[in-house]
Write a protein that binds this ligand. Structure first.
Ligand SMILES: Cc1cc2nc3c(=O)[nH]c(=O)nc-3n(C[C@H](O)[C@H](O)[C@H](O)COP(=O)(O)O)c2cc1C
Length: 185
């Protein structure tokens, strides 16, 4: 796939073809691509938990139950984002939890590069994805079950084959370059 096509046409996918499943080798390729992202001093702070089938269903239940237990303390806006995001992950075929094991000055940037690289790789092989930071509302419970006490939960990323609804879907508008950049010299 041409690079510009991948950059411009990758979309956050919230609608999947439930009849198609990602082969384990394809998920390995996606994670492998993520490990080729740049990282501060090549620290490779990322760790991954790849959840499919029963394991994904168990994760969704744990996350949703935890959100329910916190609902009363959330604003309506946060509730909407958190539950909507959880439902979007439920619709995906595979969820990858992405962890930061270094928590260094550079690791948030390295983790962002890693997630985008995985999503572009997925797009390149016809797989849709959704970056979900809202899982962090349940980070204590998720870490207890899947992580390590010293790791930080960065995001959950849903992957799956996009439904027909996604074909030709336009992304939300972007600010023009002249509004976000100044070119000096
Ligand atoms: C750091 C980050 C966190 C995000 N968290 C969520 C989320 O919790 N739930 C969700 O539905 N989408 C989430 N998104 C997806 C954005 O809503 C989406 O990327 C944005 O609206 C642009 O749309 P596009 O990805 O189709 O270009 C997140 C994206 C990024 C980069």
């Amino acid at each position: 796939m041409e690079l510009d096509e991948a950059i411009l046409n990758r979309r956050s996918c919230r609608s999947y073809d439930q009849t198609k499943h990602i082969k384990p080798e394809a998920m390995r390729e996606i994670v492998h691509a993520g490990t080729w992202a740049p990282s501060g001093t090549n620290s490779q702070p990322w760790r991954f938990t790849v959840l499919s089938g029963e394991a994904k269903a168990e994760f969704i239940k744990l996350h949703r139950d935890d959100l329910e237990s916190k609902r009363a303390g959330m604003t309506e806006q946060v509730q909407n984002i958190a539950f909507w995001s959880c439902t979007s992950l439920e619709k995906s075929d595979v969820v990858v939890l992405v962890w930061d094991k270094e928590k260094s000055l550079t690791s948030p940037q390295s983790l962002g590069a890693c997630i985008q690289t995985m999503m572009l790789k997925a797009h390149g092989i016809g797989i849709g994805s959704l970056w979900v930071a809202a899982v962090r509302w349940s980070k204590e419970e998720i870490t207890k079950r899947y992580g390590h006490p010293d790791w930080e939960l960065i995001a959950g990323v849903g992957f799956g084959y996009p439904s027909e609804k996604m074909i030709g879907k336009k992304g939300p508008p972007r600010l023009p370059v002249d509004e976000v950049a100044e070119f000096l010299g």
